[in-house]
Design a protein around this ligand. Structure first.
Ligand SMILES: C[S@@+](CC[C@H](N)C(=O)[O-])C[C@H]1O[C@@H](n2cnc3c(N)ncnc32)[C@H](O)[C@@H]1O
Length: 274
């Protein structure tokens, strides 16, 4: 008699696998749990909820289909969620070796994709400054929170040099008429000026990125302010919602409204259960 065993079932919510609950103990690197540690004020919430909100906003904004590349995907959780939210999208995620010269992030992304059966996601170890793809290979090339960490492995620590190198490569592999997308922390936000000290995050200068993109031949460069306001009814969020509906430029200028809350949440964090 042949016994056919299916793989263990993956907990799902609204058709999306519960990644943090699905992971088998010890299957991903320690750094994964450090990276996704919870802020104290969100301690009772599912850690995936905030990521889904963020990725859903990206999905609603871009409505991506076809082939996408994510440069600096880290552990790839957002890319995996995006693949579940966009049934017509295939995503390659690339990242480099970490500061211990290991491939832990990309290896973990493979494990996670495998465990939650994310079949349209392909993790790859590669330097965003030297992408192993032909010109025009992708409909969308995205960098989420990676340009602000772009000097990660460079000896000279020339941040803007690294950012323009990544943008040049991203620009080379996106197809004509495709979309090159940078989602990142802006140096114009006072909260990031405060956060910057003592971290490896160097918020991006929107005008510098805009200039590099124009030099690379991208005429239609748009800047959109982004705040995670879902479920918030406090005065700050209400003001922000009104302003954002009216003007992008004003939306960028209201960042100081969120300065104190960002400081509070960056001060208190807790570990996720493993
Ligand atoms: C703050 S993490 C963001 C990870 C993920 N995108 C996210 O939003 O959770 C920045 C990532 O950019 C990656 N990175 C920095 N420079 C890179 C490069 N030249 N090529 C590929 N990845 C790079 C780092 O290894 C790191 O995983």
């Amino acid at each position: 008699m042949k016994i056919v065993g299916g793989s263990p079932s993956v907990p799902m919510a609204r058709g999306i696998p519960q990644i943090f609950e699905s992971l088998r103990p010890g299957s991903v690197s320690e750094g994964f749990w450090d990276y996704y540690r919870l802020e104290e004020e969100n301690a009772d919430t599912n850690p995936q909820e905030r990521l889904i909100r963020f990725v859903s906003d990206i999905r609603d904004f871009l409505e991506p289909t076809g082939r996408a590349l994510s440069v600096g995907c880290g552990f790839g959780v957002q890319e995996i969620l995006l693949s579940f939210l966009c049934p017509d999208l295939k995503i390659v995620g690339v990242d480099i070796k970490d500061d211990k010269r290991t491939e832990a992030k990309i290896r973990s992304m493979k494990v996670i994709a495998d465990q939650v059966r994310a079949n349209r996601v392909a993790p790859l170890l590669a330097d965003g400054g030297l992408l192993p793809f032909r010109e025009g290979s992708f409909d969308y090339v995205i960098a989420i929170d990676s340009l602000s960490h772009a000097d990660y492995m460079r000896e000279d620590r020339d941040l803007e040099g690294s950012q323009s190198l990544l943008l040049a490569e991203m620009s080379r592999v996106v197809r004509p008429g495709g979309h090159l997308v940078v989602v990142d922390n802006s140096s114009m936000s006072p909260r990031n000026v405060m956060r910057k000290r003592g971290t490896s995050c160097h918020p991006v200068n929107l005008f510098y990125l805009g200039m590099v993109l124009k030099r690379l031949g991208h005429d239609d460069v748009r800047i959109h302010p982004y705040y995670d306001l879902a479920g918030r009814t406090d005065l700050r969020a209400r003001v922000a919602n009104i302003v954002l509906k009216r003007s992008n430029a004003l939306g960028i200028l209201i960042a100081p409204l969120f300065m104190l809350s960002a400081r509070k949440s960056s001060e208190s964090t807790r570990q996720l259960p493993r």
